[in-house]
Design a protein around this ligand. Sequence first.
Ligand code: CA
Ligand code: CA
Length: 156
Amino acid sequence: MCPELNDPTLPTSWRTSASPGGNPGSSDAIKLEEWQASENVTDLFSDTDNDGLPALLEYAGGQNPDSPETKGLVSITLDDSGTRYPVISFHQRIGADNVSFSAEQSRDLLDWRPGPLYLGRINNGDGTSSVLFRATQSTSTEPSRYLRIIASENRR
Ligand SMILES: [Ca+2]
Ligand SMILES: [Ca+2]
């Protein structure tokens, strides 16, 4: 579970530990305020390294706010379990729990609506997990569909 930060009744509140054996008696959470202090970040919308990632996403993805990134944090795949559904994922640093994710879909990039189904998180084994959302319509039903992930600051 995302320690002390989320509602245990919400599926999005649950995650694996950063360490394979877990961390009994301690927390692997990386608090946003402590990350901000260590990285000298005051504005979560700032992009001082001009890599297109605001500071909140640098935190969420475990990136360096002072160094441009070369790898993306969002990817699109197809869920190919019989019927093909587009899936969008965000590669979150495990423990960066002060950010919440949701997803929206659109047919025309103008009208965005909630609806993508939260599929859960997959531990990538490298300190990150993929946060997955699947479109409501399959590619055979709707060949053209746009997805986006929304990251929000989450502090309690
Ligand atoms: Ca940046
Ligand atoms: Ca960066």
